[in-house]
Design a protein around this ligand. Structure first.
Ligand code: IPD
Ligand code: CA
Length: 355
């Protein structure tokens, strides 16, 4: 087999020189970010190259703050973020969100003046623009802004691209954990250059020895993730907590809440999480929380669908295993459930909704 050709992109400077005395990174950390050959050969490789460059640059804007938070150097760092509240006190953005969105939109406008762009911060508190069939970029310049402001590691830059009205390419960069997720429709998902799968089955089938059995993933042995979002009314809190209670009473391995919807989906794409859901009440997400990560998770074999909308069905296959109806998750949906396989998604959905 020929050697894979890799496009090596420069590491953001902030990962090389962070503070006055940089310590060498552990060798396990991948110090360069590559676009695998398989993706370079795809229809959206030019868009992906641009998105990777911009996501790394936006991550570079975030790193000095994340690295210095809690140190003497970073004592007054939060006040320098110029926090602006949006819908309420807990929904806010920082000046880095705005700088990142400008950086990304300006570069896209320059290279693709005819493309549409839907960005979280340009949308503000208004309704996101509708998705048309035209090439459209959907951007979250910082997902997990609260984590970012608190110096917590679960925060990322998300750049998705849609063509013909559907997400086809996704780039997600998490600067604190140094992870770059890339995916293109039909060509798979990658983390730091390595192919990833939501279930262990496909990864292991080639390595499987006689007698090996794969653990069956069901709700009782799943790690389930949810987000509390921004609602603070008593009813909304009761409804969200009722869902958590139902899942825990039914039985699951544990529950987690990381504060970045985009990374939650990326974590399902590599089986770190088994299920993630949102939209039990008003905590549902927006198109920029889904677009890029939806490509990542679906290309890794994960299942994503609306939590509440019964009309949205799963993929349907005929008796020979041929796909008859392909379900499509609507990135404007007010609720969502995503998991490593269909069984666990259906089981968890029934439990949350009390069906
Ligand atoms: C938020 C995060 C959070 C989710 C919210 C999102 P932001 O994004 O993804 O986990 O619960 O609904 O709005 O505001 O940090 O970009
Ligand atoms: Ca955001």
């Amino acid at each position: 087999m020929g050697r894979a050709r890799l496009l090596v992109l420069p590491l953001p400077a902030s990962h090389i020189v962070l503070l006055s005395k940089p310590k060498p990174k552990p060798s396990s950390v991948n110090m360069s970010f590559t676009i695998p050959t398989e993706l370079l050969g795809g229809s959206y490789s030019e868009e992906m190259k641009l998105a990777v460059r911009l996501a790394l640059k936006a991550g570079e804007n975030m790193s000095p703050y994340l690295e210095s938070k809690g140190t003497v150097v970073g004592s007054f760092a939060e006040s320098s973020l110029d926090i602006i509240t949006k819908k309420n006190e807990v929904d806010f953005c920082t000046k880095i969100d705005l700088v990142n969105e400008d950086l990304i939109t300006n570069a896209i406008n320059e290279k693709y003046p005819n493309h549409c762009i839907i960005g979280e911060e340009s949308t503000g508190t208004g309704k996101p623009a509708s998705l048309t069939n035209s090439p459209t970029w959907i951007i979250d310049p910082i997902d997990g802004t609260t984590n970012f402001a608190s110096g917590l590691p679960f925060t990322c830059v998300s750049i998705g691209f849609c063509d013909g009205g559907e997400p086809v390419m996704g780039v997600v960069f998490s600067p604190k954990t140094c992870e770059l997720y890339l995916a293109m429709k039909g060509l798979g998902s990658y983390r730091n250059g390595h192919r990833i799968f939501s279930t262990s089955c496909e990864v292991r089938s080639s390595d499987k020895k006689d007698g090996d059995t794969l653990p069956e993933k069901k709700l009782s042995n799943s790690v389930v993730c949810f987000e509390l979002g921004y609602p603070r009314s008593e009813d909304a809190i009761d409804n969200m907590l009722l869902a958590v209670k139902r899942v825990m009473l039914h039985g699951c391995r544990t529950m987690r809440s990381y504060g970045s919807g985009v990374l939650d989906l990326c974590y399902v794409s590599s089986g770190r999480l088994d299920v993630v859901y949102t939209g039990v009440d008003e905590e549902g997400w927006s198109p920029w929380d889904y677009c890029a990560a939806m490509v990542v998770v679906e290309e890794a074999g994960g299942i994503i669908r609306s939590l509440k909308d019964d009309k949205q069905k799963f993929n349907e296959f005929d008796k020979d295993g041929k796909l008859i109806t392909e379900s499509k998750f609507d990135i404007y949906s007010s609720s969502m459930i995503c998991g490593v396989n269909r069984i666990v998604v259906e089981e968890c959905r029934n439990v949350i909704l009390g069906l």
